[in-house]
Write a protein that binds this ligand. Structure first.
Ligand SMILES: [Zn+2]
Ligand SMILES: [Zn+2]
Length: 191
């Protein structure tokens, strides 16, 4: 879908417009995102900071330092508490919009799923998405992609982890399909 995109908070005190296409849309299954969203996982849509503008209201911020030492500046509606975006200090010039706040969410399709080690047991990752046990060490995926080799290494590691984890919680038929689809999608690139 082409920009501009419009969105806002639950109480409508905040409205915003975005004037560029996303760099990447991903889902994070870490326990912080589960807490923040009050749900199974959080979604993030990376966009250039300058493409975001508020058209109504003013955001309040709260800062959190992660175990990694990275500082996140989280922006939310002061009236209803809806998180609108956050910004990581190691990604200057970008923000991670919470894309569930867009007026039209029908076109969102996460290309990456990170922190699968804490994903809820019923979550099944689509075949066309890349899954990671934590996050890829190479941060190029947050700028638009990984090399083939890096993609394969990360995906294959996650495939084995998720296959093992799904095996404990799924009926036999589904289990076989899952293992086949995960391993099958992790094809080694040519060197
Ligand atoms: Zn609000
Ligand atoms: Zn997270």
């Amino acid at each position: 879908m082409k920009p501009p995109y419009h969105g806002g908070c639950e109480c409508c005190a905040i409205r915003y417009t975005i004037r560029s296409t996303p760099i990447v849309v991903y889902a994070c299954h870490c326990t912080i995102c589960q807490t923040q969203s009050g749900s199974a996982f959080g979604m993030a849509m990376r966009i250039p900071m300058e493409s975001f503008s508020l058209t109504r209201g003013a955001l309040k911020i709260f800062r959190r330092t992660a175990d990694s030492g990275q500082v996140f500046t989280n922006s939310f509606c002061p009236d209803c508490g809806t998180r609108i975006h956050h910004q990581a200090d190691r990604s200057p010039g970008q923000i991670s919009l919470k894309p569930g706040t867009l007026d039209d969410t029908s076109w969102l399709h996460p290309s990456h799923h990170v922190f699968l080690r804490s994903a809820q047991k019923w979550v099944v990752i689509p075949e066309d998405a890349q899954g990671f046990e934590t996050v890829p060490e190479d941060r190029s995926w947050l700028r638009g992609g990984l090399t083939d080799r890096q993609q394969w290494d990360s995906l294959h590691r996650s495939a084995r982890l998720v296959a093992r984890w799904q095996c404990c919680h799924s009926p036999a038929i589904l289990r076989q399909q899952m293992v086949r689809s995960w391993i099958g999608s992790a094809k080694a690139p040519q060197e």
